[in-house]
Unconditional design. Structure first.
Length: 380
């Protein structure tokens, strides 16, 4: 089989359209455009996702936490009489990226080429967008910052684990230029975990369990620290620039409380409140805080436990890309609103679903001492 990264024209055109729609359009329009493009892609490829075999239903484990969040959030909105337009929008925001990525992965023969093409398309779009901004506003380093950092970082994790070092090096300048502090922190943690797993791969299951427990504790502590003013004090003590986040958190925390018996205000309630008060910052910039405020502490704990179920289901070391990508997502959820970044989530699900697909079609020996799986050009 041809080992180049070329896709057929129809695949590439749809991929470019989805990437442009996710980057340049805003609001509900980009979701409509992406949904249309996904349906067209599905028709062109003439694949039947509905006929997934019993084994392949494992793909849907990845959607369990978001699906739980949507269902509980909608139920809470109904019981609290707080249904609003954002309740329905968030159903689309959270579920459409998975559906799009699933169809892309299931309808594409070579997922490595798909992911590489995705990265190249987003890299070109970022360069064009920055050039356009500089022509209008002049060159300034602060204009380079972009949420695309999260996407480039996810691709770097994929290339690292699968030993595609040339492509990995190509992601580095984009990660540096997009300049997201939380992204640097997430990548640093992922790199440390990768080195630990590579060195102590016989203890992979223990590492997964310990890292999940640590991640869950950090998430709960982070939310508690906002309500207790601990986070405010830490930022002040170490002179950390919060970019207006703390002020926004303080506005919202007075409308709720940190308690086991706080059950949240329902899906989309945070965005609805921001729209009502017409706050200049249009997002809460902490998905974990938003989860807590919308589904409560018990809901958040169950949400985290569902991710642990994913870790256990894909506990084989051959799924390390999936594990590291989720850990990275956990980190950037702390200070950003990734749940509404459809381009980031499509990239995340494409990488993780592709990892599952590769090992379903070409399973590795679980006892092999080699942790990373070096993807060949004709892997599917």
């Amino acid at each position: 089989m041809n080992k180049t990264i070329k896709l057929c024209k129809s695949e590439l055109l749809i991929l470019i359209f989805i990437s442009i729609s996710a980057t340049y359009f805003s609001g509900i329009l980009r979701y409509i455009l992406i949904a249309m493009a996904t349906v067209i892609y599905f028709i062109i490829k003439n694949k039947t996702v509905l006929s997934i075999s019993k084994t392949d239903r494992t793909y849907f484990y990845l959607i369990l936490p978001p699906l739980f969040y949507v269902i509980l959030g909608v139920i809470t909105s109904i019981t609290h009489h707080s249904l609003n337009s954002y309740t329905f929008r968030y159903c689309i925001f959270i579920l459409l990226p998975f559906a799009t990525a699933l169809i892309l992965v299931m309808s594409t023969g070579n997922t490595y080429r798909l992911i590489t093409a995705q990265f190249c398309v987003h890299a070109v779009i970022y360069i064009i967008r920055m050039c356009t901004i500089f022509l209008k506003s002049g060159f300034r380093m602060d204009l380079l910052e972009s949420s695309q950092a999260f996407l480039f970082s996810l691709y770097s994790i994929y290339f690292l684990v699968n030993k595609k070092y040339k492509l990995l090096l190509f992601t580095v300048p984009f990660i540096l230029l997009t300049n997201k502090r939380i992204s640097f922190a997430g990548l640093a943690l992922v790199l440390v975990l990768y080195m630990i797993i590579t060195k102590f791969n016989k203890n992979y299951q223990k590492i997964i369990k310990l890292s999940f427990v640590a991640a869950a504790i950090i998430v709960i502590f982070y939310v508690w620290s906002i309500y207790s003013n601990t986070l405010t004090n830490l930022y002040a003590r170490f002179n950390i620039m919060d970019m207006g986040r703390l002020k926004l958190y303080n506005i919202f925390k007075v409308t709720s409380e940190f308690s086991l018996f706080y059950f949240g205000d329902g899906l989309g309630s945070v965005m609805n409140k921001l729209a009502i008060i017409r706050y200049p910052i249009t997002n809460l910039h902490s998905d974990w805080l938003m989860c807590y405020m919308e589904i409560g502490l018990l809901g958040l704990l169950i949400y985290l436990l569902l991710y642990y179920k994913i870790f256990k289901k894909f506990g084989n070391k051959n799924y390390m890309t999936l594990y590291l990508a989720i850990i990275y997502l956990f980190v950037i959820y702390l200070t950003d609103n990734v749940m509404i970044y459809i381009n980031i989530l499509i990239g995340f699900y494409t990488i993780t679903l592709s990892t599952i697909k590769v090992h379903i079609k070409n399973p590795l020996d679980e006892k092999t001492p080699t942790v990373p799986h070096k993807i060949k050009g004709d892997d599917i």
